[in-house]
Unconditional design. Structure first.
Length: 156
């Protein structure tokens, strides 16, 4: 019985880190897909659309809506994976009233500031995952946290 408790004590922290990283990876994938969906919708509807991300009482939520609609008036917000928050650094997307956003025009081009949204679970900087809006023509990519900065960013 003691041996089982010792083995459980050794394995539990590793399993918890694995679960935490899995949640962060899932949230990163959801943000990436939501951005792509917003971009695609802007092109299909031939009007400017916006991806918005907010932290509401510790829960990250996102919305896809026409840019003409103020994010504070949007009623349909989708929750992200629970236990995942915004990292303290590397969140450089446009921000207004606590809502990070990216706007896409009818061609799918970015009509707001380029930047990064960085997500983290309970792990350290190496558990960071980010989605980067990297070019004005709407190129998106996913990145991960590093111990050494690339310029002023740790997630690239």
């Amino acid at each position: 019985m003691v041996m089982i408790m010792i083995l459980g004590g050794i394995a539990t922290p590793g399993f918890l880190r694995f679960q935490d990283q899995r949640r962060v990876n899932q949230a990163q994938y959801l943000v990436y897909q939501a951005l792509r969906s917003t971009q695609r919708q802007a092109m299909e509807k031939r009007q400017q659309h916006q991806f918005s991300l907010r932290d509401r009482q510790g829960q990250l939520e996102w919305a896809n809506h026409p840019s003409s609609v103020d994010p504070t008036r949007v009623t349909l917000w989708q929750p992200l994976t629970s236990g995942v928050t915004l990292a303290r650094e590397d969140n450089t997307l446009s921000n207004s009233k606590g809502i990070y956003y990216v706007r896409f025009d009818f061609r799918g081009d970015v009509k707001s500031r380029l930047g990064t949204i960085t997500l983290v679970g309970s792990g350290g900087r190496l558990s960071h995952r980010c989605v980067i809006v990297s070019t004005l023509i709407g190129a998106l990519r996913q990145g991960e946290g590093h111990n050494k900065a690339n310029g002023d960013r740790y997630c690239y």
